[in-house]
Design a protein around this ligand. Structure first.
Ligand SMILES: C[S@@+](CC[C@H](N)C(=O)[O-])C[C@H]1O[C@@H](n2cnc3c(N)ncnc32)[C@H](O)[C@@H]1O
Ligand SMILES: [Zn+2]
Length: 401
């Protein structure tokens, strides 16, 4: 018998295997729980619920699918907390998870809107979507979502479906295993201070390619990077011509460890042998290259604004305390997404400077006529039209050296 516990997230109360009972002294949440539920992912689910609500303001959803559901908490929260009466298919290969998710559906009185099936996610995504495709698929696996991408994209409504992907294989996406990244995501990862941005760009790139091989386009809606995972939301539509045009959004990003200069080069311009211009004279690098990856937009500003409006109208107390700041920072950064973020603490480390307050650097750069924004990716980073050298000069001026 599984030892269960009642949990509440947002407005939803549900049962799952008692995490404390099964995680031992180290309180490590592991895949070996009888039913997987990670309370630390509440922030991810909070933003997911809000973003789906923002999306629903201008899009209709009749059916959704969570092919790797665990306790079912994510889908139960969508059904319970978002507007609309869409239905949900939930799958899991683990029979205990299926049992728990089914029990939770009954507890919440959602029998008319949700069902859980036991089996392999890839197979069920294909078979269960044949009669009616899903309008939203949320892939939240252990590690990488890559193996589920083809089936998830084929299960989506060709007139336009929302796809959400969570990835927790951060060592691969963040440069520890560049060759695994190439094999899994079709692009090399590198180590860099803005590595989480590179991670979401690798994720969007593989979503673009798998969509493309199914004659579909891929339009980014939002990305999220916190703690130990990255997540992306993209819209998939059957549209070859749009997909052809979107190929311009594939490229590489170069980064110099010597001067922190970045350079984004579209794949279509790469044959032109574009030189890397270092930010400081005689800098010898080394210069690393990440990609190919997605170099285009990462956010849909309208959906982001609607998501933030939904949050503001709601009772903020039910959400994780980091939600308001993350949404604010996303709203600031989307317009400057073409500038990879600069981590001011890394810059200060490089030149042996004491980091001033971010707020002061932002103010100074704004007054000097530069575009500048905070980023939700890192509290110590900014996006700016100013060069790294300009930012360094500002820091020196601010700390009076
Ligand atoms: C990270 S957990 C899901 C957590 C859940 N989405 C949430 O928000 O709480 C991954 C789940 O996928 C299930 N799983 C692993 N491989 C699977 C497969 N091939 N098909 C279906 N389910 C699978 C596991 O049993 C586990 O419950
Ligand atoms: Zn350099």
């Amino acid at each position: 018998m599984t030892v269960e516990k009642e949990y509440t997230e947002g407005r939803t109360t549900f049962l799952s295997a008692d995490v404390e009972h099964y995680s031992g002294d180290k309180k490590q949440i592991s895949a070996s729980l009888p039913v997987f539920y990670n309370p630390r992912m509440q922030l991810n689910r909070d933003i997911s619920v809000l973003l789906l609500s923002g999306y629903l303001e201008s899009n209709n959803i009749e059916s959704m699918c969570e092919p790797l559901t665990g306790s079912g908490v994510r889908t139960l929260r969508y059904l319970n907390e978002c507007t609309g009466d869409f239905s949900a298919d939930m799958f899991d290969v683990n029979p205990t998870a299926v049992e728990t998710a089914t029990k939770n559906i009954k507890l919440l009185g959602l029998e008319n809107r949700a069902k859980v099936l036991k089996g392999d996610a890839k197979l069920l995504l294909m078979t269960e979507s044949r009669e009616k495709r899903f309008d939203y698929v949320d892939v939240d696996p252990f590690g990488t979502p890559a193996p589920y991408l083809n089936a998830a994209i084929q299960s989506l409504n060709p007139k336009g479906g929302l796809l959400a992907l969570t990835a927790t294989d951060m060592p691969v996406l963040c440069g520890a295993y560049p060759k695994v990244a190439m094999r899994r995501y079709g692009g090399f990862s590198i180590r860099a201070p803005f590595v989480h941005e590179l991670a979401v760009r690798l994720l969007d790139a593989i979503a673009f390619r798998i969509a493309g091989l199914n004659d579909c386009s891929m339009t980014p809606i939002a990305v999220l990077s916190t703690d130990h995972y990255v997540r992306t939301w993209v819209k998939i539509e059957a549209n070859r011509k749009k997909s052809n045009r979107q190929a311009d959004n594939l490229g590489v990003i170069r980064y110099c460890q010597g001067c922190m200069r970045t350079q984004t080069i579209p794949l279509k311009a790469r044959h032109e042998n574009i030189d890397f211009e270092h930010d400081i004279k005689n800098c010898k690098g080394p210069v690393r290259e990440a990609g190919p990856l997605w170099i285009g937009n990462l956010f849909d500003s309208k959906i982001l604004k609607r998501t933030n409006d939904v949050f503001k109208k709601d009772d903020a107390n039910i959400y994780h305390k980091r939600v308001p700041r993350i949404l604010e920072e996303m709203l600031e950064e989307y317009a400057l997404i073409e500038y990879p973020y600069i981590d001011l603490h890394v810059l200060c480390d490089l030149y042996n400077l004491t980091p001033p307050k971010n707020r002061d650097v932002i103010e100074y750069l704004k007054n000097a006529g530069h575009k500048v924004a905070r980023t939700h990716f890192r509290p110590t980073a900014i996006r700016t039209s100013a060069s790294v050298v300009d930012v360094k000069t500002v820091i020196i001026d601010l700390i009076g050296r």
